[in-house]
Ligand binder design. Sequence first.
Ligand code: SF4
Length: 373
Amino acid sequence: MAGIYIHIPFCKQACSYCNFYFTTSPKLKGDFVEALLREIELQKHFFSGEEIETIYFGGGTPTRLGANDLLRISESIFKNFSCNISEFTIEANPDDLTERKLKELSALREFGFNRFSIGVQSFSEEDLRYMNRAHSAQEALSSIKRTQDFGFELLTIDLIYGTPTLQDSQWLKNLEIVKNLQVPHFSSYALTVEDGTSLAQKIKKQKSLPIDEEKATAQFDILMNFAAENNFEHYEISNYAKPGKKAVHNTNYWLGKSYLGLGPSAHSFKELERSWNKPNLRAYISNLKNGLLSNESENLTPIQHANEYIMTSLRTALGLDLNNSLVQKFRISLVEKLQAVNAEFYSFDKEIITLTNKGKHFADAVALALWLE
Ligand code: SF4
Protein backbone atom coordinates (compact mmCIF):
# COMPACT_ATOMS: atom_id res chain seq x y z
CA MET A 1 0.00 0.00 0.00
CA ALA A 2 1.36 3.38 -1.00
CA GLY A 3 0.70 7.07 -0.37
CA ILE A 4 0.36 10.34 -2.27
CA TYR A 5 1.57 13.68 -0.93
CA ILE A 6 0.41 16.90 -2.61
CA HIS A 7 2.34 20.08 -1.86
CA ILE A 8 0.19 23.23 -2.06
CA PRO A 9 2.70 26.10 -1.92
CA PHE A 10 0.45 29.00 -0.87
CA CYS A 11 0.31 30.72 2.51
CA LYS A 12 -1.50 33.73 3.90
CA GLN A 13 1.62 35.13 5.55
CA ALA A 14 5.18 34.02 6.16
CA CYS A 15 5.83 32.49 9.57
CA SER A 16 9.20 33.77 10.78
CA TYR A 17 10.81 30.34 11.25
CA CYS A 18 9.52 28.62 8.11
CA ASN A 19 11.85 27.08 5.56
CA PHE A 20 9.26 25.09 3.61
CA TYR A 21 8.68 26.00 -0.01
CA PHE A 22 5.78 28.48 -0.20
CA THR A 23 4.67 31.84 -1.56
CA THR A 24 2.35 34.42 -0.04
CA SER A 25 1.27 35.58 -3.49
CA PRO A 26 -1.98 33.95 -4.65
CA LYS A 27 -1.40 35.04 -8.28
CA LEU A 28 -0.43 31.65 -9.70
CA LYS A 29 -3.06 29.57 -7.91
CA GLY A 30 -5.12 28.87 -11.04
CA ASP A 31 -2.08 27.96 -13.16
CA PHE A 32 -0.74 25.81 -10.34
CA VAL A 33 -3.93 23.74 -10.13
CA GLU A 34 -3.90 23.14 -13.90
CA ALA A 35 -0.22 22.13 -13.72
CA LEU A 36 -0.90 19.79 -10.81
CA LEU A 37 -3.71 18.08 -12.72
CA ARG A 38 -1.27 17.53 -15.59
CA GLU A 39 1.37 16.17 -13.24
CA ILE A 40 -1.12 13.65 -11.81
CA GLU A 41 -1.84 12.35 -15.30
CA LEU A 42 1.84 12.18 -16.22
CA GLN A 43 2.59 10.21 -13.05
CA LYS A 44 -0.33 7.80 -13.30
CA HIS A 45 1.94 4.77 -13.83
CA PHE A 46 4.25 5.67 -10.93
CA PHE A 47 2.97 2.86 -8.70
CA SER A 48 2.46 0.28 -11.48
CA GLY A 49 -1.02 -0.52 -10.16
CA GLU A 50 -0.13 -0.65 -6.45
CA GLU A 51 -3.06 0.61 -4.36
CA ILE A 52 -3.01 4.03 -2.70
CA GLU A 53 -3.86 3.85 0.98
CA THR A 54 -3.24 7.43 2.08
CA ILE A 55 -3.58 10.92 0.62
CA TYR A 56 -1.94 13.88 2.33
CA PHE A 57 -2.41 17.52 1.29
CA GLY A 58 0.44 19.52 2.86
CA GLY A 59 2.26 22.71 2.17
CA GLY A 60 2.25 25.63 2.38
CA THR A 61 -1.37 25.77 3.39
CA PRO A 62 -3.68 23.55 1.31
CA THR A 63 -6.76 25.36 2.58
CA ARG A 64 -5.60 28.50 0.74
CA LEU A 65 -7.09 26.70 -2.29
CA GLY A 66 -10.85 26.62 -2.68
CA ALA A 67 -12.70 23.40 -1.90
CA ASN A 68 -13.55 23.13 -5.61
CA ASP A 69 -9.88 22.96 -6.52
CA LEU A 70 -9.22 20.35 -3.84
CA LEU A 71 -12.18 18.37 -5.20
CA ARG A 72 -10.84 18.50 -8.76
CA ILE A 73 -7.42 17.34 -7.57
CA SER A 74 -8.92 14.47 -5.54
CA GLU A 75 -11.14 13.44 -8.44
CA SER A 76 -8.11 13.30 -10.69
CA ILE A 77 -6.16 11.19 -8.18
CA PHE A 78 -9.04 8.73 -8.01
CA LYS A 79 -9.29 8.64 -11.80
CA ASN A 80 -5.59 8.00 -12.36
CA PHE A 81 -4.65 5.72 -9.45
CA SER A 82 -6.12 2.67 -7.82
CA CYS A 83 -7.35 4.04 -4.46
CA ASN A 84 -8.35 2.21 -1.32
CA ILE A 85 -8.09 5.10 1.14
CA SER A 86 -7.84 4.56 4.88
CA GLU A 87 -6.50 8.00 5.75
CA PHE A 88 -6.92 11.28 3.84
CA THR A 89 -5.40 14.30 5.58
CA ILE A 90 -5.58 18.01 4.81
CA GLU A 91 -3.31 20.48 6.59
CA ALA A 92 -5.03 23.72 7.58
CA ASN A 93 -4.32 26.80 9.62
CA PRO A 94 -6.79 27.86 12.34
CA ASP A 95 -7.74 31.12 10.61
CA ASP A 96 -8.88 29.19 7.52
CA LEU A 97 -11.20 26.82 9.35
CA THR A 98 -14.38 28.86 9.28
CA GLU A 99 -17.76 27.18 9.42
CA ARG A 100 -18.23 27.90 5.74
CA LYS A 101 -14.86 26.43 4.76
CA LEU A 102 -15.51 23.31 6.84
CA LYS A 103 -18.86 22.86 5.14
CA GLU A 104 -17.26 23.18 1.71
CA LEU A 105 -14.41 20.82 2.59
CA SER A 106 -16.87 18.23 3.87
CA ALA A 107 -17.67 17.53 0.20
CA LEU A 108 -14.27 15.81 0.04
CA ARG A 109 -15.51 13.07 2.34
CA GLU A 110 -16.73 11.18 -0.71
CA PHE A 111 -13.03 10.60 -1.51
CA GLY A 112 -12.30 9.34 1.99
CA PHE A 113 -11.26 12.69 3.50
CA ASN A 114 -11.28 11.98 7.24
CA ARG A 115 -8.47 13.87 8.95
CA PHE A 116 -7.35 17.45 9.58
CA SER A 117 -3.86 18.49 10.58
CA ILE A 118 -4.14 21.94 12.16
CA GLY A 119 -1.10 24.21 12.44
CA VAL A 120 -1.82 25.51 15.93
CA GLN A 121 1.81 25.82 17.13
CA SER A 122 0.84 27.53 20.40
CA PHE A 123 -2.09 28.75 22.47
CA SER A 124 -0.11 31.79 23.67
CA GLU A 125 -0.51 35.15 21.89
CA GLU A 126 3.04 36.19 22.67
CA ASP A 127 4.38 33.01 21.20
CA LEU A 128 2.25 33.29 18.07
CA ARG A 129 3.49 36.84 17.56
CA TYR A 130 7.12 35.72 17.94
CA MET A 131 6.55 33.16 15.18
CA ASN A 132 4.53 35.61 13.07
CA ARG A 133 1.61 33.21 12.84
CA ALA A 134 -1.49 34.50 11.06
CA HIS A 135 -3.95 33.39 13.75
CA SER A 136 -4.76 34.19 17.38
CA ALA A 137 -4.79 31.81 20.35
CA GLN A 138 -8.58 32.08 20.44
CA GLU A 139 -8.82 31.09 16.77
CA ALA A 140 -6.60 28.09 17.49
CA LEU A 141 -8.99 26.93 20.20
CA SER A 142 -12.19 27.57 18.30
CA SER A 143 -10.90 25.97 15.08
CA ILE A 144 -10.26 22.70 16.92
CA LYS A 145 -13.72 22.71 18.50
CA ARG A 146 -15.39 23.62 15.21
CA THR A 147 -13.56 20.86 13.36
CA GLN A 148 -14.63 18.33 15.99
CA ASP A 149 -18.22 19.60 15.80
CA PHE A 150 -18.10 18.84 12.09
CA GLY A 151 -17.38 15.22 12.99
CA PHE A 152 -13.65 15.13 12.22
CA GLU A 153 -12.61 12.85 15.01
CA LEU A 154 -9.24 12.02 13.41
CA LEU A 155 -7.57 15.27 14.21
CA THR A 156 -3.94 16.15 14.71
CA ILE A 157 -2.39 19.46 15.69
CA ASP A 158 1.17 20.81 15.51
CA LEU A 159 2.78 22.43 18.54
CA ILE A 160 6.14 24.18 18.79
CA TYR A 161 8.20 24.46 21.97
CA GLY A 162 11.51 26.05 22.84
CA THR A 163 10.63 29.59 21.74
CA PRO A 164 12.06 32.32 23.99
CA THR A 165 8.50 33.53 24.60
CA LEU A 166 7.22 30.16 25.89
CA GLN A 167 7.56 29.64 29.63
CA ASP A 168 7.38 26.10 31.02
CA SER A 169 4.06 26.89 32.71
CA GLN A 170 2.50 27.99 29.39
CA TRP A 171 3.96 24.93 27.67
CA LEU A 172 2.19 22.72 30.19
CA LYS A 173 -1.00 24.74 29.64
CA ASN A 174 -0.73 24.13 25.87
CA LEU A 175 -0.42 20.40 26.50
CA GLU A 176 -3.32 20.43 28.96
CA ILE A 177 -5.48 22.03 26.27
CA VAL A 178 -4.64 19.13 23.93
CA LYS A 179 -5.75 16.73 26.64
CA ASN A 180 -8.89 18.64 27.59
CA LEU A 181 -10.01 19.01 23.98
CA GLN A 182 -9.47 15.27 23.49
CA VAL A 183 -7.22 15.77 20.49
CA PRO A 184 -6.14 12.18 19.68
CA HIS A 185 -2.83 12.95 17.97
CA PHE A 186 -0.29 15.74 17.92
CA SER A 187 3.13 16.48 16.45
CA SER A 188 5.54 18.63 18.39
CA TYR A 189 8.84 20.17 17.35
CA ALA A 190 11.50 22.26 19.01
CA LEU A 191 11.82 25.59 17.24
CA THR A 192 14.94 25.65 15.09
CA VAL A 193 16.41 28.69 13.41
CA GLU A 194 17.18 27.87 9.79
CA ASP A 195 19.48 29.98 7.62
CA GLY A 196 17.62 32.24 5.23
CA THR A 197 14.48 32.56 7.38
CA SER A 198 13.27 35.93 8.61
CA LEU A 199 13.73 34.68 12.18
CA ALA A 200 17.44 34.08 11.52
CA GLN A 201 17.71 37.64 10.16
CA LYS A 202 15.84 39.15 13.08
CA ILE A 203 17.94 37.31 15.65
CA LYS A 204 21.09 38.42 13.85
CA LYS A 205 19.91 42.03 13.93
CA GLN A 206 18.86 41.58 17.58
CA LYS A 207 15.24 42.30 16.70
CA SER A 208 14.09 38.91 18.00
CA LEU A 209 15.23 36.99 21.04
CA PRO A 210 17.55 34.04 20.31
CA ILE A 211 16.63 30.42 21.06
CA ASP A 212 17.57 29.00 24.43
CA GLU A 213 18.71 25.39 23.84
CA GLU A 214 18.49 24.49 27.53
CA LYS A 215 14.89 25.61 27.67
CA ALA A 216 14.06 23.52 24.60
CA THR A 217 15.69 20.49 26.22
CA ALA A 218 13.69 20.98 29.43
CA GLN A 219 10.45 21.45 27.47
CA PHE A 220 11.07 18.23 25.52
CA ASP A 221 11.30 16.45 28.89
CA ILE A 222 8.05 18.10 30.04
CA LEU A 223 6.47 16.90 26.80
CA MET A 224 7.66 13.30 27.15
CA ASN A 225 6.44 13.16 30.76
CA PHE A 226 3.07 14.62 29.77
CA ALA A 227 2.72 12.02 27.00
CA ALA A 228 3.56 9.13 29.33
CA GLU A 229 1.15 10.35 32.03
CA ASN A 230 -1.71 10.87 29.60
CA ASN A 231 -1.61 7.72 27.52
CA PHE A 232 -0.18 9.32 24.39
CA GLU A 233 2.21 6.89 22.74
CA HIS A 234 5.45 8.63 21.78
CA TYR A 235 5.67 6.56 18.61
CA GLU A 236 8.04 8.80 16.68
CA ILE A 237 10.35 11.45 18.01
CA SER A 238 7.97 14.29 17.07
CA ASN A 239 4.67 12.38 17.12
CA TYR A 240 2.26 11.37 19.88
CA ALA A 241 -0.94 9.36 19.54
CA LYS A 242 -3.72 7.90 21.63
CA PRO A 243 -4.11 4.12 21.13
CA GLY A 244 -5.16 3.34 17.56
CA LYS A 245 -4.68 6.93 16.36
CA LYS A 246 -1.18 6.86 14.85
CA ALA A 247 -0.81 8.62 11.51
CA VAL A 248 -0.88 6.01 8.75
CA HIS A 249 0.64 8.22 6.03
CA ASN A 250 3.72 9.23 8.01
CA THR A 251 4.14 5.77 9.51
CA ASN A 252 4.31 4.40 5.98
CA TYR A 253 7.16 6.84 5.21
CA TRP A 254 9.09 5.52 8.17
CA LEU A 255 8.38 1.94 7.15
CA GLY A 256 9.97 2.67 3.77
CA LYS A 257 6.78 2.24 1.72
CA SER A 258 6.45 3.93 -1.68
CA TYR A 259 5.07 7.42 -1.97
CA LEU A 260 4.53 9.89 -4.76
CA GLY A 261 5.00 13.59 -4.10
CA LEU A 262 3.17 16.05 -6.35
CA GLY A 263 3.65 19.82 -6.53
CA PRO A 264 6.82 21.94 -6.33
CA SER A 265 9.43 20.69 -3.82
CA ALA A 266 7.56 17.41 -3.16
CA HIS A 267 9.65 14.23 -2.77
CA SER A 268 8.87 10.71 -3.99
CA PHE A 269 10.27 7.30 -3.18
CA LYS A 270 9.87 3.93 -4.88
CA GLU A 271 12.01 0.81 -4.62
CA LEU A 272 15.51 2.29 -4.60
CA GLU A 273 14.69 5.50 -6.41
CA ARG A 274 14.29 8.82 -4.68
CA SER A 275 13.10 11.80 -6.70
CA TRP A 276 12.06 15.35 -5.98
CA ASN A 277 10.33 18.20 -7.76
CA LYS A 278 12.39 21.36 -7.90
CA PRO A 279 11.19 24.07 -5.50
CA ASN A 280 10.23 26.56 -8.20
CA LEU A 281 6.56 27.29 -8.85
CA ARG A 282 7.03 29.16 -12.13
CA ALA A 283 9.27 26.46 -13.61
CA TYR A 284 6.85 23.79 -12.35
CA ILE A 285 3.95 25.47 -14.17
CA SER A 286 5.80 26.20 -17.40
CA ASN A 287 7.34 22.71 -17.62
CA LEU A 288 3.99 21.04 -17.10
CA LYS A 289 2.40 23.29 -19.73
CA ASN A 290 4.85 21.58 -22.08
CA GLY A 291 4.06 18.14 -20.69
CA LEU A 292 7.31 17.92 -18.72
CA LEU A 293 7.94 16.99 -15.10
CA SER A 294 10.21 19.27 -13.03
CA ASN A 295 11.98 16.55 -11.13
CA GLU A 296 15.39 15.11 -10.45
CA SER A 297 16.17 11.65 -9.15
CA GLU A 298 18.85 9.40 -7.78
CA ASN A 299 19.17 5.70 -7.06
CA LEU A 300 20.11 4.82 -3.53
CA THR A 301 23.07 2.51 -3.02
CA PRO A 302 22.53 -0.30 -0.47
CA ILE A 303 24.58 1.72 2.05
CA GLN A 304 22.55 4.90 1.47
CA HIS A 305 19.36 2.89 1.84
CA ALA A 306 20.65 1.32 5.07
CA ASN A 307 21.62 4.77 6.40
CA GLU A 308 18.13 6.11 5.65
CA TYR A 309 16.67 3.20 7.56
CA ILE A 310 19.04 3.83 10.50
CA MET A 311 18.11 7.52 10.57
CA THR A 312 14.33 7.03 10.42
CA SER A 313 13.97 3.84 12.46
CA LEU A 314 15.90 5.24 15.43
CA ARG A 315 13.34 8.03 15.59
CA THR A 316 10.48 5.55 15.99
CA ALA A 317 9.33 3.46 18.93
CA LEU A 318 9.82 0.36 16.74
CA GLY A 319 13.54 1.05 16.75
CA LEU A 320 16.37 -0.11 14.54
CA ASP A 321 16.01 -3.83 13.90
CA LEU A 322 19.32 -5.46 13.03
CA ASN A 323 17.39 -8.32 11.42
CA ASN A 324 15.89 -5.91 8.90
CA SER A 325 17.15 -6.91 5.45
CA LEU A 326 18.46 -3.36 4.83
CA VAL A 327 21.00 -3.56 7.65
CA GLN A 328 21.39 -7.28 8.36
CA LYS A 329 24.63 -7.58 6.41
CA PHE A 330 26.11 -4.63 8.33
CA ARG A 331 25.27 -6.12 11.72
CA ILE A 332 28.84 -6.63 12.95
CA SER A 333 29.84 -3.10 12.02
CA LEU A 334 26.71 -1.60 13.63
CA VAL A 335 27.18 -3.48 16.90
CA GLU A 336 30.80 -2.30 16.96
CA LYS A 337 29.79 1.32 16.34
CA LEU A 338 27.13 1.07 19.04
CA GLN A 339 29.86 0.54 21.65
CA ALA A 340 30.93 4.16 21.12
CA VAL A 341 27.44 5.50 21.94
CA ASN A 342 26.63 6.52 25.52
CA ALA A 343 24.90 3.45 27.01
CA GLU A 344 22.27 5.67 28.66
CA PHE A 345 21.00 6.73 25.23
CA TYR A 346 19.69 3.38 24.01
CA SER A 347 18.51 -0.10 24.84
CA PHE A 348 19.54 -3.10 22.76
CA ASP A 349 17.25 -6.06 23.13
CA LYS A 350 16.42 -8.96 20.80
CA GLU A 351 18.44 -7.32 18.02
CA ILE A 352 16.45 -4.07 18.24
CA ILE A 353 18.05 -0.75 19.19
CA THR A 354 15.64 1.82 20.63
CA LEU A 355 16.40 5.21 22.10
CA THR A 356 15.75 5.95 25.76
CA ASN A 357 14.15 9.28 26.67
CA LYS A 358 17.63 10.61 27.33
CA GLY A 359 18.78 9.34 23.94
CA LYS A 360 15.84 10.98 22.16
CA HIS A 361 17.53 14.32 22.82
CA PHE A 362 20.45 13.08 20.71
CA ALA A 363 18.68 11.03 18.03
CA ASP A 364 20.59 12.58 15.13
CA ALA A 365 23.93 12.21 16.88
CA VAL A 366 23.25 8.53 17.64
CA ALA A 367 22.26 7.92 14.01
CA LEU A 368 25.45 9.64 12.86
CA ALA A 369 27.53 7.47 15.19
CA LEU A 370 26.03 4.39 13.48
CA TRP A 371 26.35 5.87 9.98
CA LEU A 372 27.76 3.35 7.50
CA GLU A 373 30.56 4.40 5.11
S1 SF4 B 1 1.76 28.39 7.34
FE1 SF4 B 1 3.20 26.66 7.40
S2 SF4 B 1 4.12 26.58 5.37
FE2 SF4 B 1 3.11 28.58 5.56
S3 SF4 B 1 4.72 29.97 6.22
FE3 SF4 B 1 3.70 29.22 8.07
S4 SF4 B 1 4.85 27.38 8.71
FE4 SF4 B 1 5.43 27.87 6.59
